[in-house]
Design a protein around this ligand. Structure first.
Ligand code: CA
Length: 227
């Protein structure tokens, strides 16, 4: 499990690094948003620990940038303890929030929760073995997605979203339903779902102006069409 720390306070990042390495995590440290994003796109960490008060950019912007690219869980580790700051970070797409000063034991417990979630996402699949329709094949056994016989890579959240849609094919799924299925609890807004859905569409649809599989139900959510 690879963890990226984006933190400008070198004492905190050194403490985090040592504590995490002791638990056998692989650790990368970026001292500001620019270096953090560079490490993020170069090394694809599994989890990001993010400070909000960074010298070059606000952490909230970093969360949004990460969300544009992937579903990697971001845990905010910040001294900003205002409720509004927490809500803003969660709305931007952070998955959890730890206030400084923090107990390493608590942070490690939250990281383990994320790990379990990531493993569950990787393993979860509907009961059927395969879904085949037109150009799309989803092999749930092997967890492979093929478009015209060519394998496409989906992130864990995209794959889970695809499974949720196929399992409920034909039904209109509300944003709230999808959020709950995807994360296991109700959190944040529909923004994350929209991002994952548009990534998923880009990967499996041929005509984005007239999607074959993922239909938008305006103002409500989405429906999987296999008719
Ligand atoms: Ca800081």
């Amino acid at each position: 499990m690879k963890i990226l720390i984006i933190e400008d306070d070198k004492y905190i990042s050194a403490f985090l690094r040592v504590s995490l390495e002791k638990e056998d995590y692989e650790v990368l440290v970026g001292k500001d948003a620019t270096e953090g994003m560079f490490l993020f796109s170069s090394y694809h960490p599994d989890i990001v620990l993010l400070d909000l008060g960074l010298p070059d950019r606000d952490g909230g912007e970093v969360i949004r940038e990460i969300r544009q690219m992937s579903e990697t869980p971001v845990i905010v580790v910040s001294s900003r303890s205002q409720e509004a700051e927490k809500v803003a970070a969660l709305d931007a797409g952070a998955i959890d929030y730890v206030t400084k000063p923090f107990h390493m034991g608590e942070l490690l417990a939250r990281i383990r929760v994320m790990e379990r979630l990531l493993i569950k996402l990787t393993l979860s699949h509907p009961e059927e073995e395969q879904f085949v329709c037109d150009w799309l094949t989803v092999d749930f056994e092997k967890r492979r997605v093929l478009v015209d016989g060519q394998e496409v890579h989906l992130t864990p959240y995209e794959y889970k979203l695809l499974c949720i849609m196929i399992r409920n094919r034909g039904k209109v799924l509300t944003y709230n339903y999808i959020i709950k299925e995807l994360y296991g609890y109700e959190s944040g807004g529909a923004e994350g779902v929209r991002v994952f859905m548009s990534n998923l569409r880009r990967k499996i649809e041929k005509d984005l102006t007239q999607p074959r599989f993922i239909l938008t139900e305006v103002g409500i959510g989405y429906r999987w069409n296999d008719q």
